[in-house]
Ligand binder design. Structure first.
Ligand code: ADP
Length: 475
């Protein structure tokens, strides 16, 4: 089974969020199931610099306002097809944002070009004889891929995965031509969305199959509360929509041999890391749990609600170390809060190694998201024996077992879930967390449960492989 994975980011080469982790993990997750994935990625400077043994396979003379090339090569163990198109991608920094922190104005065209290149690879195959059976795209950036396949390479099957429906890839209709979308397709049944061209909607309609990153999010997406306007489109396609949980890289995230921490295999081994973390963040001693947040700072993550509920933690001797970056206003809010509260310490920025040290040293990780398609940090938390306190939504609901009376009695509890996400409910959740923490036997049992919880790719890799096979069999 040959699969072309089409993505705008891919860890460890270029990452802004969980999508990159998943795109980077899929090839390894699918290999044991007889699927070979090659990853088509824009040739951002960081990607171009990382590619080893690059070989130009194809030239694309007419690629959205310039010329491009497909370069085959390897980086970080990934089999890459890089779309080298300097007029679109030779820009430093974030894959999406210019130096002013705003989206690049030509983002719709930049990623339409990626979709076009995927279509050409599927239609013509590669000079090395490789032709994909299935093309698997991720998020709005790959939204036009299923459309281009339908129009120009109808023999190839497509899957489109929704990692976060909040991002939809809208463009005004006068750009239809520059996006290579036929004017006749600009209608509510296809590319049109409230007067705009929607790359994501087009993909959701045209892809042979749809997936998202957890079973609960797959259900939530059908509702107005979570579907962000696309719930109707998704309801029409519910028979083709499947939720497959993300896994994490068990080698990169392994407390037994993580180079960034003092390694451990049991909850008791966290003590040294805990002391180091507390010192690194300059937090005082306390009776309560040492909690962390590792997150993008955006409205989605519900951290404004956490700030409101925080006294429930700090008044019980709990402390919070936050690592995050994102919206300037939210960064300022947290920076100011840390000045006022000695039990809160904030590190603004993006720091992978620090995130490992935090997972190892913390007692609990707080994830009060308003919505969370899958979420990865609760999975890291489980693996590191760091108890997740989560909002009961999306993948958080699918991966954390609440310390209810039943959960505790069954010996299955791994965390604390909060519903609905209000300051009152979160306050009660934090109080519950502190109570659990004050009973060392109960807490250690939860940590052990968490560390045993399967968070790898085994079953999800099998689920994607089954999806690809089913699709290819149909063609
Ligand atoms: P999202 O994709 O919505 O940002 P996820 O939980 O799915 O949320 O994935 C976030 C990923 O980014 C995780 O791997 C997390 O550890 C990482 N991350 C987020 N913020 C930071 C940060 N400031 N420093 C280091 N890693 C971060």
């Amino acid at each position: 089974m040959k699969v072309l994975s089409v993505t705008s980011e891919c860890a460890p080469l270029i990452k802004t969020g969980g999508l990159a982790d998943v795109a980077g993990a899929l090839p390894g997750a699918l290999a044991p199931h007889g699927c070979t994935l090659r990853t088509l990625l824009p040739g951002y400077p960081k990607v171009m610099a990382a590619v080893e043994d690059g070989e130009v396979l194809t030239s694309l003379p007419d690629l959205f306002g310039g010329s491009g090339r497909i370069i085959a090569g390897h980086a970080a163990g990934l089999d890459l097809l890089v779309l080298d198109a300097p007029h679109l991608y030779a820009r430093d920094g974030s894959p999406y944002l210019g130096p002013d922190g705003q989206d690049w104005p030509d983002n719709p065209e930049r990623f339409a070009a990626l979709c076009w290149a995927a279509m050409l690879l599927a239609r013509d195959g590669l000079p090395d004889g490789w032709t994909p059976d299935v093309v698997h795209g991720h998020d709005w950036q790959a939204g036009l891929m299923p459309y281009f396949l339908q129009r120009h390479a109808p023999g190839t099957r497509s899957v489109l995965s929704v990692h976060n429906i909040a991002f939809q890839g809208l463009a005004p209709p006068w750009r239809l031509g520059s996006l290579r979308v036929a004017p006749a397709d600009f209608h509510p049944g296809l590319a049109e969305y409230y007067g705009q061209v929607s790359a994501l909607k087009t993909g959701l309609i045209c892809a042979d199959r749809l997936s998202t990153v957890s079973p609960t999010y797959a259900r939530e997406l059908l509702t107005p509360e979570f579907g962000m306007g696309l719930q109707g489109v998704l309801r029409d396609r519910r028979a083709d929509l499947v939720g497959i949980l993300n896994g994490i890289d068990l080698e990169m995230w392994n407390p037994a041999n993580d180079p960034d921490i003092t390694p451990y295999t049991a909850p008791s081994g966290k003590a040294q890391n805990r002391a180091a973390l507390q010192a690194e963040f300059g937090l005082p001693d306390g009776e309560g749990p040492l909690c962390i947040v590792v997150s993008r700072l955006t409205e989605q993550k519900g951290l404004d609600v956490l700030l409101e509920a925080l006294p429930a933690l700090t008044s019980r001797g709990g402390r919070l170390a936050l690592l995050g970056s994102g919206q300037r206003e939210l960064e300022a809010v947290w920076r100011d809060a840390a000045v006022r509260d000695p039990n809160l310490s904030v590190h603004l920025g993006y720091d992978e190694a620090l995130s490992h040290r935090m997972m190892a040293g913390a007692d609990a990780i707080l994830i009060p998201s308003r919505f969370e398609p899958c979420g990865l940090t609760q999975l890291y938390g489980l693996r590191y024996g760091t108890i997740p306190l989560v909002a009961l939504t999306g993948g958080l609901a699918d991966t954390v077992i609440d310390a209810s009376d039943a959960g505790l009695k069954a010996g299955a509890a791994t965390g604390v879930t909060v519903y609905p996400l209000t300051a009152e409910a979160l306050t009660a959740g934090l109080e519950r967390l502190c109570t659990l923490f004050s009973a060392p036997k109960v807490w250690t049992r939860m940590q052990s449960n968490a560390m045993r919880h399967p968070v790898g790719w085994d079953s999800s890799g099998a689920a994607y492989a089954a999806l690809y096979r089913d699709l290819a069999g149909r063609s």
